[in-house]
Design a binder for this molecule. Structure first.
Ligand code: ZN
Length: 307
């Protein structure tokens, strides 16, 4: 009959001595651990911080992608293309959005960016060489545009009806650029306020009028007047602008000196996309329900209600 399994009765004297030493060492280590923990008792645990800068740089090194990174670095400044109709030089204006879509914090001319970009290309069934190309951007642009409920609605052939202005909420004078009257749907205004509060908590938009409302609701009549003098970029906008929904807003993003805050001049748009506020919006605005229009860094649409 099998003996009851008791560990002790199977051990020799030397084993017992070793066992006792192990117990003593374990007890010592345990006491040391308790002392360390006790020393920190009462203090909240440190919040997880951002990854150390060294790790980030290492993450962006990706030696196998150096050649693609060099090509991206050159096209970033020199690519001749026309992603939205008018000719443009370079793609730096879109780099923050492209990096965000590719899910990388790495600079657009880094090997780490090329590596992440190649993964995005593969996911989209594009040649995964890590090199930014206009034909790739067409795919990315379509994805960005078709996320906007307003675009989906207009693509289906309908122009959303404008809400009754009496149902709109008024922004405070301090929230509006130049103290002008800006109206939005109440939900969009509340979301805007949450977004600005979060940006300020992150240390941004501390200097007015950064992130102030340059424009909100514009009824069909006002839009037609704006477009009558040739001030519209496209004929579509003259007939059906997202601003008629009360869900679209234009934010002040530090235009070039002397430039209008909604000037579509290439240098002005690029300058805006270099601001920390814009970079923050690209990463965070979706948390508050806002989606971008890639061509106009200042234009964001709230998706909390149907247009
Ligand atoms: Zn706009």
């Amino acid at each position: 009959m099998a003996r009851a399994l008791v560990c002790g009765d199977m051990l020799k004297a030397s084993d017992i001595r070793g066992f006792l030493w192990a117990v003593l060492i374990a007890a010592g280590l345990g006491a040391l651990l308790l002392w360390r923990v006790g020393g920190h008792r009462g203090r909240p645990p440190a919040p997880p911080g951002p990854p150390p800068a060294v790790a980030r740089r290492t993450g962006c090194a990706a030696p196998a992608w150096r050649s693609a990174a060099a090509q991206n670095g050159a096209s970033l400044a020199n690519l001749a293309w026309a992603p939205f109709g008018p000719p443009e030089t370079g793609w730096a204006t879109y780099a923050p959005l492209v990096a965000h879509e590719a899910g990388t914090p790495c600079p657009p001319d880094s090997p780490g960016f090329a590596q992440a970009y190649a993964a995005w290309q593969a996911q989209e069934k594009l040649p995964a060489d890590g090199i930014f190309k206009p034909e790739d951007f067409r795919v990315m642009r379509a994805a960005l545009m078709l996320r906007r409920p307003f675009v989906l609605a207009t693509t289906a052939g309908a122009c959303p009806a404008a809400p009754d202005p009496a149902t709109l909420a008024n922004a405070d004078a301090a929230e509006a650029y130049g103290g002008k009257a800006v109206q939005l749907r109440p939900g969009a205004l509340a979301a805007y306020r949450s977004l600005v509060a979060a940006a300020r908590a992150a240390g941004l938009a501390r200097q007015p009028p950064r992130l102030a409302l340059v424009s909100g609701f514009r009824g069909p009549g006002e839009e037609a007047l704006r477009c009558a003098d040739g001030g519209c970029n496209t004929l579509t906008r003259a007939h059906c602008s997202a601003h008629r929904t009360g869900l679209a807003l234009d934010l002040y993003l530090d235009p070039l000196p002397g430039a209008d805050p909604t000037s579509t001049a290439e240098a002005n748009r690029r300058h805006m996309t270099e601001t920390p506020e814009y970079r923050w919006l690209v990463s965070n605005a979706a948390r508050f329900g806002f989606l971008p229009y890639p061509y106009e860094p200042w234009h964001w649409e709230w998706t909390g209600e149907a247009p």
